[in-house]
Write a protein that binds this ligand. Structure first.
Ligand code: MN
Length: 188
C-alpha cells in the first residue's frame, strides 16, 4: 500500500476528507444507569453523543489503526456522556489516546476486575494497557472532548461484553465535580 497523509483539525478533531462514524443516544440503549432520564431525553431529541474517524486501514498485524474521537458534552441524569467502550478482540493489544481538546476521563477495566480512571486534558496521553476495556467520558459542561488514538490494526473490537455488562464504575457529577462511583447496574 501507499503512504497516507491526513488532515485533522486540532481543535475539532474533524477531517474534511472522511466520513465519521456517529453514535447517538438511541445507539446506547441500556448503557446509562438512569433509565428514566435516558427515556425522557430520547423523546425530546436523539442527541449525537460521540463520533470518530476510522481511517479504514487494512487490518494487518503490522499495521496501526488511528483516528480522532469526539465525545460531546452532556449528561444522562447525572452520568456524563461517554463512548460505548470496548475490549479488543485480540485482548493483548494496547492503545494510546492523546487528548487534543476538552476535559474528561479514560475509564479502563480488565476481565479480572482491575480498573483505572485517568484524566484526559490537552497534552496528556493515556496508554491503555493490554487486556483493558476502555471508554472515553466527557466531564466538561460545555466543550467537546477530542482525542487522537492509535492501536494495532488487526486488534478488532468486542463491544458486546460492555453492552451486556457495562463497566464496574460509572462517572457522574456530584456536588459539581466528576466522581467515579460503583455502577449500580453492574452484575458479576
Ligand atoms: Mn480500542
Amino acid at each position: 500500500m501507499k503512504s497516507i497523509l491526513v488532515d485533522f483539525d486540532l481543535l475539532t478533531g474533524l477531517s474534511d476528507e472522511r466520513e465519521s462514524v456517529q453514535r447517538r443516544l438511541s445507539d446506547m440503549d441500556g448503557m446509562y444507569a438512569d433509565k428514566d432520564a435516558y427515556d425522557a431525553m430520547i423523546v425530546r431529541d436523539d442527541t449525537l453523543v460521540y463520533e470518530f474517524f476510522d481511517m479504514g486501514l487494512p487490518e494487518t498485524e503490522g499495521g496501526i489503526a488511528f483516528g480522532t474521537s469526539m465525545t460531546y458534552p452532556g449528561k444522562v441524569g447525572s452520568e456524563f456522556f461517554m463512548t460505548k467502550g470496548h475490549f479488543h478482540s485480540i485482548l493483548d493489544t494496547a492503545e494510546v489516546y492523546y487528548c487534543l481538546r476538552g476535559k474528561g476521563i479514560m475509564l479502563m477495566e480488565d476481565s479480572e476486575g482491575n480498573w483505572e480512571a485517568r484524566e484526559l486534558e490537552p497534552g496528556l496521553a493515556v496508554y491503555v494497557p493490554e487486556g483493558y476495556a476502555h471508554r472515553s467520558i466527557n466531564t466538561s459542561p460545555d466543550d467537546t472532548l477530542v482525542t487522537f488514538y492509535a492501536f494495532r490494526a488487526d486488534a478488532g473490537h468486542d463491544y458486546g461484553t460492555i453492552e451486556t455488562k457495562g463497566f464496574r464504575k460509572i462517572v457522574v457529577e456530584k456536588d459539581g465535580i466528576a466522581q467515579v462511583i460503583d455502577n449500580p447496574k453492574w452484575k458479576e
